[in-house]
Design a protein around this ligand. Structure first.
Ligand code: GLA
Length: 392
C-alpha cells in the first residue's frame, strides 16, 4: 500500500467517510550548508521523492481531529484551545507527533488572523519519509498539513508563508529550535534543481544539479541512528553560535567572514571558536558549491562536500561513528564527495557517486557497518523532486 493510500484508509477508519482531498509534501536532503540557516547564512537543499500525505476534510464544528500511522490513537482538540497546548513537553496533553499538525493549524490561524472564522478539520497523516534520518520528515508533515489547510480554509497563502508557519509549529509547538531550511526546501522543491536559499532575506534561486546529465547519483545512507532536535546537542550548538556572534559584535554569524577568523580565534575559547569556524567556512562552501555547479558541473563539488563533513566532524562535533564510517567508506570506494546531511547526532550521510558505482559503494558501506558491529544501514538514491501538491 502506498503512503497516499494509507492516509486515505486511515481517514476513512477515523471518520467513516472519504476525505475532501489528499495533499502531500516532500522530505529533503541538504546538499551543503549545515547549521547555517539559524545563523542567517546559506543552504543548498533539495526536495526528495519521499513524501508525507495528509488526507483531510472539513467538519461543521470547530474541532480538529488528527490521526497518523505513527499514532496509537487519534488526538482531538478545539481550535480555540490550541494556544494553551504548546510547546509540547512531558506535562502537556498532546503527544509530540500531533504537535506538528496542530502546530501548523495554530500558526496558520494566528498568521492569517482568521482564527474565529475557521472551521474544524479531520486529518489523517501517512508518510514514506524515513523518520529520524535527517531527511526532514517533520517538515514534510508540516508542509502537507499547511498545504491541506491552505486549501480547506481558502487562505490562498504563498509557499514562503506556509514554510514560515511550518517553522513556527516546529519552534513553538514542538519546541525544537530549528531554522527555516527544511520547510523552505520542502515547499519550494522542483524536479532537477536544488534550492539555494539565503536564510537572512529568504531569497531563493533554483540551481540545476546536473546529476542526471553527468550520470551521477546521490546516494543516501541512513545509519538508523535516531536523533531529536528538541533536546540536547542542537540547542547547545545554536547557543554557541549566538555566543560567538555576540563576541564578534554582530547580530549573526552571517556577518563574520573567513578573513575575520584569526581575530575570532583571539577573542573566544577554543570550543566556541571551532563552532564559529564551522559556520563561517560552511557559508563559504555553499557559495563555492553554487559557483562550481553553475560554472563547471557537479563533478566539481566533491571536495566541498567532503570538506563540509570534516568541518562538522572536527569543528562542530555533530557527527557520530556510523556517519564517519559511511562517509569514509563511500569515499574509499569511488564517491566523488560525501558528507552527513541534516542536523547531525545520527541520521543520514549522502555520497555523490557515478551511476555504475552505486552498487559497489552500497555493498562496501554495508560491509564496513557489519565489520564495525553497527546495525545495517538503509541505502537508496534520491533526485530533486517536486514540492507540495494535491494528490487526490
Ligand atoms: C535540522 C534543522 C534545520 C537545520 C539543520 C542543520 O534539519 O531543522 O533547520 O538547522 O538541522 O543544518
Amino acid at each position: 500500500m502506498t503512503a497516499s493510500e494509507a492516509a486515505r484508509d486511515l481517514f476513512t477508519v477515523l471518520t467513516g467517510r472519504s476525505p475532501d482531498g489528499i495533499w502531500s509534501a516532500p522530505g529533503r536532503v541538504n546538499l551543503i550548508g549545515e547549521h547555517t540557516d539559524y545563523n542567517e547564512g546559506f543552504v543548498l537543499p533539495f526536495a526528495i521523492p519521499h513524501r508525507t500525505y495528509a488526507a483531510a476534510a472539513w467538519r461543521d464544528d470547530r474541532r480538529i481531529r488528527v490521526t497518523s500511522t505513527f499514532a496509537d490513537e487519534p488526538v482531538e482538540v478545539s481550535l480555540d484551545d490550541l494556544t494553551q497546548l504548546f510547546p509540547t513537553g512531558p506535562d502537556t496533553s498532546v503527544p509530540e507527533w500531533s504537535a506538528y499538525v496542530l502546530g501548523v493549524a495554530w500558526a496558520l490561524s494566528e498568521t492569517t488572523g482568521a482564527r474565529d472564522g475557521l472551521c474544524g478539520v479531520d486529518i489523517a497523516i501517512a508518510s514514506d519519509v524515513p523518520v529520524g534520518a535527517g531527511l526532514s520528515s517533520s517538515a514534510a508533515i508540516e508542509g502537507a498539513t499547511a498545504t491541506a489547510l491552505d486549501e480547506l480554509w481558502s487562505l490562498g497563502l504563498d509557499p514562503v508563508t506556509l514554510a514560515k508557519a511550518g517553522r513556527r509549529a516546529e519552534n513553538e509547538a514542538v519546541g525544537a529550535p530549528t531554522g527555516i531550511m527544511d520547510q523552505m526546501a520542502s515547499m519550494l522543491g522542483r524536479p532537477d534543481a536544488a534550492t539555494f536559499l539565503d536564510c537572512r532575506t529568504l531569497e531563493t534561486r533554483s540551481i540545476p544539479t546536473g546529476f542526471t546529465a553527468e550520470g551521477l547519483e546521490l546516494l543516501v545512507i541512513d545509519t538508523g541512528v535516531k536523533h531529536s532536535h528538541s533536546t540536547g546537542g542542537y540547542r547547545e550548538r545554536r547557543d554557541a553560535c549566538e555566543r560567538g556572534a555576540e563576541i564578534m559584535g554582530v547580530s549573526s554569524l552571517r556577518d563574520v567572514t573567513v578573513g575575520d577568523l584569526p581575530r575570532a580565534a583571539e577573542l573566544m575559547d577554543d570550543v566556541t571558536f571551532r563552532r564559529v569556524r564551522h559556520v563561517v567556512t560552511e557559508n563559504q562552501r555553499v557559495l563555492d558549491t553554487v559557483d562550481a555547479l553553475t560554472d563547471s558541473g557537479p563533478r566539481a563539488i566533491g571536495g566541498l562536500l567532503t570538506a563540509s563533513h570534516a568541518s562538522m566532524r572536527d569543528d562542530f562535533e555533530i557527527s557520530v561513528p556510523e556517519l564517519d564510517t559511511a562517509v569514509d567508506t563511500a569515499l574509499a570506494h569511488g564517491a566523488i564527495g560525501a558528507r552527513m546531511t541534516g542536523g547531525g547526532f545520527g541520521g543520514a550521510a549522502i555520497a555523490l557517486v557515478d551511476g555504475d558505482e552505486v552498487e559497489a559503494v552500497t555493498d562496501a558501506v554495508a560491509q564496513a557497518f557489519a565489520t564495525a558491529g553497527f546495525a545495517a544501514p538503509h541505502t537508496f538514491t534520491v533526485m530533486p523532486s517536486q514540492g507540495p501538491r494535491r494528490d487526490a
